[in-house]
Design a protein. Structure first.
Length: 717
């Protein structure tokens, strides 16, 4: 009887397990917390394959014969609720005659489909009492469709579909067959598509659910809008190719010579053995080769192997925000003596570390150092915002932003609160901006209660979505010279998932650039290498500066720039310049997030939360809090930002005698090449001007004397 009972219970258990598995299998990907990707390539550095060195050295994807852009006008079908979607919508034989046109990239709400929503803390689909992973039944869906051409030669190679960013639950179909699925709207999704395409014309369909379970980790303070918002393209590689690579380009203990190391990961996707020669060249700005090496790599069918290289570079030009010196890395794969693949990238030599530093008084602080210097981070938080397209940023707009930042003495950007597009990092490498990179994780609408059902950051059921986004950030951006600090996310609580994320990033980067890993909600816990609070006052900065701290203090947000704001900046920076452990701060934020619209009189205006739809959740104009307008016209407060960040400071010693101290705040740059000018005014009228003849080394202060004419008071004074 006992045996029969056990057998019966086992049978019931098997049936229950089978039913549970069947139920799980039937759950759509977009409703399943465990499913963050299906048939998607493991994340890797964003790079392009070329067939020759000359084209490769341009580093422009568009110059490669292996690249095919899919940007442009697509056909588009939109429904307000997913249940309204025809079952045959992904069938390539279905006519698109009645479908609309849409521009890719560009969010669909900005192009007239659905409703743009702005909220700050709350989830736009469940502002109160959210119940993850539950999503609304009225979940809009946009279906994109276009044709693409595949040549017979391409089919002899590995062909990948690259979607730079799309929000939020993304299904891909080719010729009616499901290829895969992706979440994490601010990182690329790549799919190998050889098994789904044929020579000639092929039909690509991308079906996007506005909300997925991943949306619970995308509760950032910005427009909640949807669709394809970054570049889409095809690219191909030879069957034996460079799958990914890791670069180490730091400095020796004296910060003089460069430690160069390269790991190339070679993949053979053939059904047979393969042997290739893998080589690299490191070139300076004059295109002179300063280091080179090669190896033979033999691979079994389907195997991946690493080829490792290392070299000491004698006294290379260093990369800093002050002087972003760059080198070109060219990696080449040859098979049977013929070049099959050339991959370029950019290298900058710099050292990034946190270590104890003793000052003249004997005080010891753990300081953040770049190339051995305790730099000060003069930063701003940056959202992706284009008033014409939504979240899609053109290269021209990025360049405009970076030029304005440099003109106003901003040397670093915190990516709030997600990774940006590939070109953003490339331009930061070129312009010299320290990048504080941040994973696409914010669950602010759940707040920070550590108990069960509280913050998702401490809920093990959500470990997979958290770790997926951490890996996506690290693997794609690990090689950029500008990548200076990692951030695990923003306002998503702390706990188990973030402990695991911190440990993973530290382990991955340990033997390479070993950059700091920060997380704002860790506060003083162990899983942040800096203390990065938000909105501290000048008195608080003075107190913690004087008291000291076990790690550098860098407020990740401060000086909220809404309206007539950014007051008391000078008081805060007085403390930052005074105490070594205070190493800068990041203004909230860069740009007013107004969307461009035209009124009934033909006049352009910028919208904010609540301007679209009826009875929509909204936090009003709380997203209009940048230091520049949506069109990038600076606010008046930008002059104050420029002043407190300036790299030459003047302090009065004896003004009547014309005596002043001038300090060079640069850490790597002398005053050579700079003109230090002065004006003497009387009642606002300039009565004398001139130049100060002084040479200052980095961080040096000298007293200068200016010949001030005698000023005789009269009745008008």
């Amino acid at each position: 009887m006992k045996t029969k009972l056990i057998t019966l219970l086992c049978a019931i258990g098997l049936l229950a397990g089978s039913a549970a598995n069947a139920q799980s299998q039937q759950k759509p990907y977009w409703q399943d917390v465990e499913v963050v990707k299906v048939n998607k390539e493991y994340p890797r550095t964003s790079f392009m394959t070329f067939d020759n060195k000359a084209d490769a050295l341009t580093k422009r994807f568009e110059e490669s014969k292996c690249y095919q852009s899919l940007n442009g006008t697509w056909k588009f079908f939109f429904v307000e609720g997913y249940k309204e979607l025809p079952e045959s919508i992904t069938d390539p034989t279905v006519s698109t005659k009645d479908w609309a046109d849409i521009k890719v990239p560009g969010n669909w709400e900005v192009q007239g489909f659905g409703t743009a929503i702005y909220t700050n803390h709350g989830y736009e689909f469940q502002p109160r009492n959210p119940q993850p992973p539950t999503l609304p039944e009225m979940n809009p869906v946009g279906v994109y469709r276009r044709d693409m051409s595949i040549t017979a030669d391409m089919l002899k190679r590995d062909v990948f579909l690259h979607i730079g960013g799309a929000k939020a639950g993304v299904y891909v179909y080719i010729n009616g067959e499901e290829v895969g699925y992706s979440e994490d709207s601010k990182n690329p999704a790549e799919f190998k598509i050889n098994d789904y395409v044929e020579a000639g014309n092929n039909t690509l369909v991308i079906k996007i659910f506005r909300w997925s379970t991943g949306s619970y980790l995308e509760c950032q303070d910005f427009w909640r809008i949807s669709g394809i918002e970054r570049d889409v393209y095809l690219w191909s590689q030879p069957k034996t190719h460079l799958r990914d690579f890791v670069v180490k380009s730091d400095l020796d203990e004296t910060y003089t010579d460069g430690n160069f190391a390269l790991k190339t990961m070679i993949k053979n996707s053939n059904a047979t053995k393969s042997e290739v020669e893998v080589s690299y060249e490191l070139l300076d700005n004059a295109k002179k080769v300063i280091a080179t090496d090669k190896q033979l790599v033999a691979l079994e069918a389907g195997e991946e192997k690493d080829a490792l290289f290392s070299k000491t570079i004698t006294n290379p030009l260093k990369w800093t925000s002050e002087s972003p010196n760059l080198y070109s890395l060219v990696m080449t794969v040859k098979e049977n003596g013929a070049v099959t693949e050339v991959v370029p990238f950019t290298v900058g030599f710099r050292s990034i570390e946190i270590k104890p530093v003793t000052d003249k008084t004997g005080r010891v602080d753990n300081l953040f150092l770049v190339n051995g210097q305790p730099i000060i981070l003069k930063g701003v938080n940056v959202h992706e915002h284009n008033p014409k397209t939504g979240h899609y940023m053109t290269e021209e707009l990025m360049i405009r932003d970076f030029e304005l930042m440099k003109l106003h003495n901003i040397n670093t950007v915190r990516l709030a609160h997600y990774t940006q597009s590939r070109r953003f990092y490339e331009l930061c490498d070129i312009y010299g901006l320290y990048v504080y990179d941040e994973a696409n994780i914010e669950s602010h609408g759940m707040y920070y209660n550590l108990s069960k059902g509280g913050t998702l950051g401490n809920n093990p059921d959500w470990i997979n979505p958290h770790m997926d986004r951490i890996k996506n950030m690290y693997e794609r951006n690990k090689n950029h010279p500008s990548l200076t600090i990692w951030s695990l996310g923003n306002e998503a609580g702390n706990g188990y998932n973030f402990y695991q994320a911190y440990l993973w990033v530290k382990q991955q980067d340990k033997e390479w650039m070993n950059r700091p890993v920060n997380y704002e909600r860790a506060l003083w816990e162990w899983n942040t290498d800096m203390y990065v609070p938000q909105y501290p006052s000048a008195p608080w900065l003075a107190e913690i500066g004087k008291k000291g701290s076990d790690r550098p203090i860098v407020p990740s947000e401060y000086s909220h720039a809404m309206g007539n704001s950014n007051g008391k900046l000078a008081l805060q920076w007085e403390e930052i310049y005074k105490y070594a452990n205070l190493q800068g701060a990041y203004i909230w934020d860069w740009v007013d997030q107004g969307i461009e619209e035209i009124d009934e009189n033909g006049q352009m205006y910028w919208t904010y939360g609540g301007d679209y739809g009826k009875n929509m959740p909204s936090d009003g104009n709380f997203l209009i809090n940048g230091v520049v307008n949506p069109d990038r016209n600076p606010h008046p407060a930008m002059n104050e930002v420029k002043y407190v960040h300036q790299d030459f400071a003047v302090e009065e010693v004896d003004a009547a005698a014309g005596k002043f101290n001038i300090t060079n705040r640069f850490f790597f740059t002398t005053s050579e090449g700079y003109d230090i000018q002065y004006n003497v005014t009387r009642n606002g009228v300039k009565i004398k001007s001139g130049k100060v003849n002084v040479q200052l080394d980095p961080q040096e202060t000298k007293e200068v004397t200016i010949d001030i004419p005698a000023i005789k008071a009269d009745s008008s004074d």
